[in-house]
Write a new protein. Structure first.
Length: 143
């Protein structure tokens, strides 16, 4: 039987992506990135529901395109990618902090674990307002 699930998921998010810059988990209740984390989780959830997406467990690629006013980027590419990737992986393995404050968003996962990432891409485009696009896709297993 052929696997008919989607192998790529692309979605848009208004505002800035969450950034991962400190040891404190961006999932901690009251974290300063909480609004950005929730926005990303809501956008990923909506896209997954519309497409019937199920979290990928094999090798993946992640692409993030940041749209921002020229000269107004707030963080470097590595912290932006780290934040996005942390939010999109399965959060059930995070046992050292409570996640109840995320409500149903705690179950939003596009893939299982960051260790699956084989390709990572970051692009900036000029725009009047901050927004970003995320694309996660399966990549073929290495032979």
């Amino acid at each position: 039987m052929q696997d008919t699930r989607a192998l790529a998921l692309t979605f848009e998010v208004e505002g800035l992506p969450p950034v991962k810059t400190e040891a404190l988990s961006i999932f901690a209740a009251g974290h300063r990135q909480a609004t950005r984390v929730r926005a990303l989780l809501r956008a990923a959830c909506e896209a997954a529901q519309q497409t019937g997406w199920t979290p990928l467990s094999g090798p993946i690629e992640v692409e993030v395109t940041l749209r921002c006013p020229p000269g107004r980027r707030t963080s470097d590419a590595s912290t932006l990618l780290g934040g996005v990737c942390a939010v999109l992986q399965d959060k059930k393995r995070i046992a050292n902090i409570g996640l109840a404050h995320l409500g149903v968003l705690v179950d939003v996962a596009v893939y299982d674990d960051d260790k699956q990432i084989r390709r990572l891409s970051y692009v900036e485009e000029p725009a009047e307002e901050f927004s970003y696009q995320v694309r996660v896709a399966a990549v073929p297993e290495a032979v």
